[in-house]
Design a protein around this ligand. Structure first.
Ligand code: FES
Ligand code: FES
Length: 158
């Protein structure tokens, strides 16, 4: 039965009404208007829908909303905005990595998780961190170079 629920998303407690087992992705997009998180496969296979739950990436397409009720959810909107782009987003733009761009929000989320714990990753570590992110446009090499550039920028800021 649909009931009112609350969830902490991008630092704000938000209310909505849905079933317990509704995928987090549907809540974000359809109830909370956060369209940056993308629907790709709906099966936990493509990474388009990645968000952070307590700082760890989860596939929002196959995460029931009840399972993150007591966690801090962060979407790409919480990580990056036009007036305060995340270093990864800025590097992806500077590196002209996006073609259609559909995969990019999931990539920003996965790379943000990596760089939060390791600001000097090797290329192999970047490739491993982004292994779940499919890009049908084949932009992977530019994406990897961009994430390495973002890591270098983060180190320079310290
Ligand atoms: S839409 Fe969630 S992994 Fe593809
Ligand atoms: S840029 Fe098109 S799917 Fe990645």
């Amino acid at each position: 039965m649909a009931e009112e629920k609350t969830l902490t998303v991008n630092g704000q407690r938000r209310a909505f009404t849905t079933e317990d087992d509704t995928p987090l992705l549907y809540v974000l997009r359809n109830h909370l208007g956060l369209k940056g998180t993308r629907f790709g496969c709906g099966l936990g296979l493509c990474g388009a829908c990645l968000v952070l739950a307590d700082g760890r990436t989860v596939y929002s397409c196959d995460t029931p909303v009840w399972s993150v009720a007591d966690k801090e959810v962060t979407t790409v909107e919480g990580l990056s905005a036009p007036d305060r782009p995340h270093p990864v987003a800025r590097a992806l733009i500077a590196g002209q990595a996006a073609q259609c761009g559909y995969c990019m929000s999931g990539i920003v989320v996965a790379a943000a998780e990596l760089l939060a714990g390791n600001d000097d990753p090797t290329e192999d570590e970047v490739r491993a961190a982004l292994d779940r992110n499919l890009c049908r446009c084949g932009a992977h090499n530019r994406v990897v170079r961009s994430v390495l550039a973002a890591a270098a920028e983060l180190r320079e800021r310290q």
